[in-house]
Design a protein. Structure first.
Length: 172
């Protein structure tokens, strides 16, 4: 039988569960955005790493510029430096013999370690996109709503059957 009092309890319980679900959504959204969003902690750690890579690239390029500037000064001031540089580039004087050794035979100390080997990519943050955060938060809110509904669920028929069984046992 329909009872307005029962309907009021049900709607109040549903409204309470819905509010818990909405608040769970908001809390999950804020938390996930704070940790993994585009302006979250993980994105800032990634930006700090990118900043270090860019700083290393800048330092490397400054060292290369310094080396090239000193080479230019040496070439201007020392006439023998031009001949040495020409010999390293493969130019020889008439009557000289050039012997080219394979790359594998080169000394490791002669390798160019000061050059930037990886490209620097700067741009958009690596955090999770906002629509994905909203979906994750909505799932959290729905789970919270369903959990509250489940915890408030009290089967009425079973309690009536228990009462009937208890009344029968008392009568016996």
């Amino acid at each position: 039988m329909y009872s307005p009092h029962f309907s009021f309890k049900t709607s109040k319980r549903l409204l309470g569960s819905l509010s818990y679900g909405i608040f769970s959504f908001l809390i999950a959204y804020c938390f996930i955005s704070f940790i993994a969003g585009k302006a979250g902690i993980l994105a800032y750690k990634d930006l700090a790493l990118q900043k270090q890579q860019i700083q290393r690239a800048i330092d490397s390029l400054q060292a290369q510029n310094k080396n090239k500037a000193s080479t230019i000064e040496e070439l201007k001031n020392n006439p023998y430096a031009a001949a040495d540089l020409a010999a390293t580039l493969g130019y020889i004087h008439q009557g000289e013999v050039l012997i080219i050794l394979p790359e594998l035979w080169k000394d490791a100390s002669q390798a160019k370690n000061d050059e930037v080997s990886t490209p620097i990519l700067a741009g958009e943050s690596t955090g999770l996109p906002d629509p994905l955060i909203r979906i994750m938060s909505a799932i959290t809110g729905i789970i919270a709503f369903l959990a509250i509904q489940l915890f408030h669920y009290k089967p009425i028929e079973q309690s009536r059957k228990r009462i009937k069984i208890e009344n029968q046992t008392e009568l016996s």
